[in-house]
Design a protein around this ligand. Structure first.
Ligand code: SF4
Length: 453
């Protein structure tokens, strides 16, 4: 999971800066911006949050009309040590590539492209686009249309070329979100619609699965990838990743999460005094649970906003930070039967810390309710779900046993059916829950060893 953005028009770098801040929840390891100035590309990539990495006064470049940006969360290449984006490749045209997704067959592609020891799949994807562009006489759009012939995996991409041109595209299965808007004076694209809202864009369109959209400063062109496929958008965008105020495939994420909470209350009721959400991603589902069950919701946990999303943090840091991340509102929990609602349960690290915190501050009972089904399988399409042995529901099949590990009085999940129904579109990729991957003949054991760190 990463965030990407593109802007063509006056004050492009400042718009990219604002868009990346709106997308910060999609990656906090590094931030990068490429700009086109006097026909030349310049790229800066820095570690950390966008506001630490860039100073807006340095980005007030009146002579720059096109830029792209990226916030990174790594799935290949390791944490902090490699793989910041955008990446520059090619000569005619020179281009900068920003990418959200994961290329499953990047090692095989790197051998075909003769790239020695690629650090990341982004590097391989960028080189592939560069080679295909050269083969197509410098036509980047045609190169992107050909990607599905070669790539197994997921990609939402933004490309800035020295022509100048901005190209944005999604893979034919449409795993990851990407939206854009355009007028006769500007073009803007971002991973999430909420980011476009955040810079004042009222009317936007989602890039369709397999669609390639290009803007050269004068005209917008839309075309399709050469291979089409049945779209299988990532259900986890609805469960956790996307902002609740974003739309994905026409469904507002908050609405889907509320429905998941309502279904959870129907499927796994419990006698309780208060529903407490795990902030922030459990909030919408907790609201749905509260509405459907009639148990009042209250804010019993306060999140320290200066600690990032622990899910998208390096493994060693997660445990330490998850215990620092929350404070308890004692008067809300003391002596009460608490239903603790979260979006998902991956490793169990954060949930265990929270349950212990609630008990320490006097909760009478703690019943954990999860708005999605058990995560039992790794993701190879762009999310850092670890190997099966690190997933608590893969190691411990019985929810009673998991509840013991969490020190909870009970634990219940939503069903797969209820989660998918709550989103309301089919098919969706649900591989991390169901084990049914939307690609044929994947060798999970082999891929686990490639993508695990
Ligand atoms: S495996 Fe899970 S996280 Fe990965 S793309 Fe599919 S639904 Fe999304």
């Amino acid at each position: 999971m990463c965030g990407i953005s593109a802007f063509f028009g006056f004050r492009a770098p400042l718009y990219i800066y604002r868009l990346l801040i709106e997308l910060q929840h999609r990656g906090q390891e590094s931030a990068g911006i490429s700009v086109l100035r006097n026909g030349k590309l310049f790229t800066a990539v820095k570690k950390g949050y966008v506001i630490e990495a860039f100073n807006p006064s340095d980005l007030a470049l009146a002579d720059v009309y096109a830029a792209i940006g990226h916030v990174r969360y790594s799935t290949t290449g390791g944490y902090m040590d490699a793989g910041g984006q955008p990446i520059e490749v090619g000569l005619k045209p020179r281009m900068a590539v920003a990418f959200n997704g994961n290329i499953i067959n990047y090692r095989e592609l790197s051998r075909r492209l003769r790239i020695e020891k690629p650090m990341t799949d982004t590097e391989v994807l960028a080189q592939l686009i560069s080679v295909l562009t050269a083969e197509n006489g410098g036509d980047v759009v045609e190169a992107v249309r050909e990607l599905p012939y070669y790539v197994v995996g997921s990609y939402s991409i933004a490309i800035l070329t020295s022509e100048p041109r901005i190209v944005v595209a999604r893979d034919p299965k449409g795993f990851k979100p990407l939206s854009y808007s355009c007028s006769d004076r500007w073009f803007v694209a971002a991973s999430e619609t909420a980011a476009l809202d955040g810079v004042g864009v009222d009317l936007w369109h989602e890039v369709q699965p397999g669609e390639v959209v290009s803007f050269d400063g004068y005209s917008l062109e839309k075309t399709e990838a050469h291979l089409t496929d049945t779209p299988t958008p990532c259900v986890f965008e609805y469960v956790y990743f996307s902002r609740p105020d974003s739309y994905f495939n026409g469904v507002q994420v908050h609405v889907a999460r509320v429905r998941m909470g309502e279904a959870l209350a129907a499927n796994a009721p419990v006698a309780a005094d208060v529903v407490i959400p795990v902030p922030d991603s459990g909030r919408s589902s907790a609201l749905g649970f509260s509405r459907a069950s009639g148990v009042p919701m209250d804010e019993g946990l306060m999140r320290n906003r200066y600690v990032g999303r622990s899910f998208i943090m390096p493994p060693g840091l997660r445990e330490a930070l998850s215990s620092m991340k929350y404070g308890v509102v004692r008067d809300v929990v003391r002596g009460r039967r608490v239903v603790l609602v979260d979006d998902s349960l991956i490793r169990g690290t954060t949930m265990r810390s929270i349950v212990l915190l609630l008990r320490r501050y006097g909760a009478g009972e703690v019943h954990v309710r999860i708005a999605s089904p058990p995560v039992r399988y790794p993701c190879f399409m762009g999310i850092d779900f670890p190997t099966r042995r690190e997933l608590i529901a893969s190691r411990l099949k019985d929810p009673v046993r998991i509840a013991e590990v969490l020190h909870a009085d009970s634990l219940a999940y939503n069903t797969l059916e209820a989660m998918v129904d709550s989103v309301g579109i089919r098919p969706l990729c649900t591989a991390c829950f169901s084990g049914t991957y939307p690609f044929k003949n994947l060798n999970i054991d082999q891929l686990e060893s490639i993508f695990s760190r």
